[in-house]
Design a protein around this ligand. Structure first.
Ligand SMILES: *Cc1c(COP(=O)(O)O)cnc(C)c1O
Length: 455
């Protein structure tokens, strides 16, 4: 049998709808609250930031939501994305387990992010919006939205977390190639940024700070909306195209996963591959072991509290109930910039709280070791974020070897690492360290969580 096994679907088999987990949950997640009144927010509260179509998706109870035809046409450029059986990795690990991975690095921007950037730009364009502000960690989301903005003639302004802005200069060049503008965050362009720089001139930035800057721009400019690349229900919804395709492809392979693994920053690529299978399970289908992998330096699911908190550092967002390290917590610099967020998607937090998924944290050096092993077997160089999922899948496969079990493992290879080669160079030079967070800073950030009792 050939070494490379690739499961492709014909273009016309791109799913016609996104899958909404909300329809199958045993209990709904707690609602977002207005920070002043502590009452559930309504669609009107979100109207300054998002077009109505996306707000409706944010609160929709419908199981299936139609993917607009223009979005499906654009998706066809790289979707359905391939599902691979990692036979050479299986051999290298000498495991009886079967390992499959869904490869999202085939998108123009190199990750899963265009799956939501394209519909978000589409709905903004339908609403007549000409400009969108956003944040980006490692630059993956900024480049995805820059690409989508170019397709729909929308100006994109990106606040890029300072540490990544300096670590990954080519990501900025990519955004500029697509026509977007990109500044390091914290910046002098917003009140939030100026305040933080006054207190901490050498701030490395964080996703929480960059979100505040982008939200401030949208909230104070009538012609500008805001877009988020993760966390929100509608973002997770758009990513479910990944899991739905994987389900069809595994059917072609005559298989069904026992274990699904994804990395979690804000939770969107994880939800994308997991939620369609979790929905099957909740409707009486097969029980699947689901594993979220996060960095030990920013461990919201494993070390955070499940509590109401702000989504940003400047406290401009609603309060959402999520696993959080505290909105003032600034995680140490790490190369998986996309995983450096203090909170977690409310929907992912909710299913974690219900005991439907497990979480595990890994250190930076061990995930690069796994990524290099994967690249040498499979040829694809994963993004540093994706290395967390790779390590999770490898560890599960090694457990199968120990126990003599031939389980089927599926993981999301959510992006390639071609813009992250400095991180690999640092790893080979022995310069990558396992920086851990400051315990007292975390305790302080958690002590500062807002009280969520209704006023
Ligand atoms: C943005 C990003 C992440 C983290 O975001 P999620 O919403 O948790 O998926 C992970 N991997 C890659 C490649 C990314 O671009």
């Amino acid at each position: 049998m050939s070494d490379t096994v690739k499961y492709l679907l014909p273009d016309e088999q791109i799913p016609k709808t996104w899958y909404n987990l909300m329809a199958d949950l045993p209990t709904p997640p707690p609602p977002p609250l207005h920070p002043a009144t502590k009452q559930p927010i309504g669609p009107d509260d979100l109207a300054p930031l998002f077009p109505e179509a996306l707000i409706m998706q944010e609160v929709s109870p419908e199981r299936e939501i139609e993917i607009p035809a223009p979005v499906r046409e654009i998706y066809q450029q790289w979707r359905p994305s391939p599902l691979f059986r990692a036979r050479r990795l299986e051999k290298a690990l000498d495991t009886p387990a079967k390992i499959y991975y869904k490869y999202e690095g085939v998108s123009p921007a190199g990750s899963h992010k265009p799956n939501t950037a394209v519909p978000q730009a589409f709905y903004n364009s339908e609403a007549g919006i000409k400009k969108i502000s956003t944040e980006t960690g490692a630059g993956q989301w900024g480049s995805a939205l820059a690409f989508a903005g170019a397709l729909f003639g929308i100006d994109i302004q990106v606040f890029m977390v300072s540490v990544s802005f300096h670590q990954k200069p080519y990501r900025r060049a990519l955004m500029e190639t697509y026509g977007a503008s990109c500044v390091a965050s914290p910046s002098m362009e917003t009140n939030v940024g100026r305040e933080i720089l006054a207190k901490t001139p050498d701030s490395t930035g964080s996703l929480g700070i960059a979100i505040s800057e982008a939200v401030e721009i949208a909230a104070t400019n009538d012609d500008t909306k805001y877009a988020l690349g993760s966390v929100l229900n509608h973002v997770l919804l758009h990513q479910t195209i990944v899991g739905q395709e994987a389900m069809q492809q595994l059917e072609m392979a005559g298989d069904y996963p026992d274990i699904i693994v994804g990395c979690t920053g804000g939770g969107s690529n994880f939800a994308g591959i997991v939620f369609p299978f979790l929905g099957e399970q909740l409707r009486g289908g097969k029980k699947v072991d689901i594993l979220a992998i996060e960095p030990a330096a920013c461990p919201s699911l494993t070390k955070g509290q499940y509590a109401y908190d702000f989504g940003d550092t400047g406290h401009l967002t609603p309060l959402v109930k999520m696993h959080t390290l505290g909105s003032t917590f600034i995680p140490p610099a790490l190369h998986a910039g996309g995983l450096r967020y203090h909170g977690m998607a409310p929907l992912v937090s909710h299913v974690k709280d219900l005991g439907l998924i497990d979480a595990r944290a890994y250190k930076q050096v061990e995930v690069f070791e796994a990524g290099v092993q994967f690249a040498r077997a499979e040829g694809i160089v994963p993004a540093p974020e994706a290395n967390h999922a790779v390590k999770g899948a490898i560890d599960e496969a090694l457990k199968c070897k120990q126990n003599g079990q031939s389980k089927t493992i599926l993981f999301n290879l959510c992006g390639h690492g071609h813009f992250d080669m400095q991180a690999y160079s640092d790893y080979f030079a022995g310069k990558l360290t396992d920086r851990s967070y400051d315990e007292s800073e975390l305790a302080m950030a958690l002590a500062g969580l807002p009280s969520a009792a209704a006023a």
